[in-house]
Design a protein around this ligand. Structure first.
Ligand code: MLT
Length: 261
């Protein structure tokens, strides 16, 4: 059954939906709401179970999340959007694209991957899911995840970014973490869907991203016809948080070049 996501929304104009990374929430998009919200309607939902959104009772699947998103747009009477997602948000954007291609006017895929998990990666997600249910979002999980989410430069030089991401990780609700991990483990390969994309697409990657490294972004950019690739130096997996000015500049330039609807 559909969950009505909790949404933080700002600005007016063409709607831009931004989907957050795992295991964060829509608060990660604060710098984007501030910058892009001056020219666009920026809509940032909390994925099921995270932030202010209920988890619901459905079996884990990113298709459920995509359906939540479609329902959220219906309740706002919005037909087509510029759809952006970072990492897990990118996986959800791909699920949405598969289910509602006509509702996507343009795509932004940041620090994400188009392939499915290897059996080992899927198994590791299920292990984390069980552990987190048994023991909560432990300090150990936070310590394990932080260095992979942030680039070397942020780990060494951006104490505020580190503190902000750490606080978000510590607050991640265990059942949402488990649900999302199991849903991500089940996601299909999206190569064929991306090869069929016929709308403007921007691919962004942090040069220090080790979770979805630049080679993954290059693959996506080669697969989506006409896609543009922006590499952000001195940033890891969470480009939108680690290098917000560069991220926002790339997105603003992309948005400015879109054909009017
Ligand atoms: C994310 O940042 O959303 C996660 O790294 C995605 C993943 O675990 O594949």
């Amino acid at each position: 059954m559909r969950v009505e996501p909790y949404v933080i929304e700002t600005g007016r104009g063409r709607p831009v939906v931004l989907l957050h990374a795992f295991p964060l929430n829509a608060s990660m998009w604060m710098p984007q709401r501030e910058a892009i919200g001056t020219t666009h309607r920026v809509i940032t939902p909390d994925q099921r179970g995270f932030g202010g959104s209920q988890l619901g009772h459905d079996d884990p699947s990113l298709d459920e999340v995509a359906d939540d998103l479609a329902g959220m747009l219906n309740s706002r009477k919005i037909d087509r959007v510029v759809l952006g997602g970072l990492s897990m948000g990118g996986y959800v954007a791909m699920a949405f694209l598969r289910r509602y291609p006509e509702r996507v006017a343009a795509l932004v895929l940041a620090d994400t991957k188009m392939g499915a998990d290897s059996p080992e990666a899927a198994e590791n997600r299920r292990r984390v899911a069980s552990e987190v249910i048994a023991a909560g979002t432990s300090a150990q999980l936070v310590e394990e995840m932080l260095p992979s989410l942030l680039g070397q430069t942020s780990m060494e030089r951006r104490a505020l970014v580190l503190g902000r991401v750490k606080a978000l990780l510590e607050k991640a609700p265990p059942y949402a973490v488990a649900w999302a991990q199991r849903a991500m483990a089940l996601r299909p390969d999206s190569t064929a869907d991306l090869a069929a994309v016929a709308v403007p697409t921007l691919v962004i990657v942090g040069e220090e991203d080790t979770l979805s490294p630049p080679e993954e972004a290059e693959l996506i950019a080669k697969t989506v016809p006409g896609a543009e690739l922006v590499r952000i130096p001195d940033a890891g997996h969470l480009t939108a948080i680690e290098a917000p000015a560069e991220f926002n500049e790339a997105v603003a330039g992309f948005l400015a070049g879109l054909p009017a609807e």
